[in-house]
Design a protein around this ligand. Sequence first.
Ligand code: AMP
Ligand code: MN
Ligand code: MN
Ligand code: MN
Length: 277
Amino acid sequence: MFKRIDLHTHSDCSDGVLSPAALAGLAALRGVELLALTDHDSVAGCEAARAACASARVRFIAGIELSCQWREREIHIVGLGLDVADVGLREHCAAVGTQRRERTEAITQRLARAGLPGPALAQIALAAPVPTRMHLARALVSLGIADSPQQGFDRWLNRGRPGYVAAQWPLLEAALRCIRGAGGIAVLAHPHRYRLSNGSLRELAAQFKAAGGEGIEVSLPGMAAADADRAASLARRFGLAGSVGSDFHEPDLPWRPLGRFAKLPDLITPIAARLEP
Ligand code: AMP
Ligand code: MN
Ligand code: MN
Ligand code: MN
């Protein structure tokens, strides 16, 4: 059994800063034995990560993190063990990629109306293979408009701020169809970040399970004990396997360290047992 597992990480194929190969190298350095690359709405980095993991003797799982909507809220679903050549998966990523580029344009137009250099921001963010608001937040920093990406979000990009544009993500069921169609296992990502009441979170987990979801993240770095307990009890109640991951984006964010988090709570089936690297 693998002792150190990280099944939620990002590379520069979405909004992480390391290349897939550098991510694999860092994973090896940190003693990670089983690594999944789960870029936002993209599997573009999986082949390079797989190759680098093979030479670093890290077991690799091809994954993805899909943004989707459930009851007007944004929910993230991690897919693990994907056939990255699957046509349905490719089409889903292409369609979401188009939406992301359109949203980036719309955000920068709004920011331009607020007096910011919209075209320059658009140029930087649209150079990314999968443009996210994180790219815009970093562009705000590189152009000297914000001191940090977090400040960029807080002042310009978050809901209620001048550059906010709501996203029209695919529905939860569509995200699950996409992952399952590509032979993957669907995991409900970071349940504590949705600000849902206990009742709503149970309804989400029930609908996720009914649509074919198989796992839930129960341990991430910095997850409060009460949130971890809540996720673990959802796992038990709905027969979901427990997944663990750092949601690593960059080495400079010490609160999301690659491969470091609490152990799985008792009586939870580890998702890794269902994965064949
Ligand atoms: P998007 O999917 O385009 O909305 O971009 C979201 C990405 O930006 C997420 O995957 C996070 O990495 C990051 N992010 C989103 N909201 C915030 C926030 N309020 N503060 C810091 N980072 C955020
Ligand atoms: Mn991200
Ligand atoms: Mn997420
Ligand atoms: Mn993530």
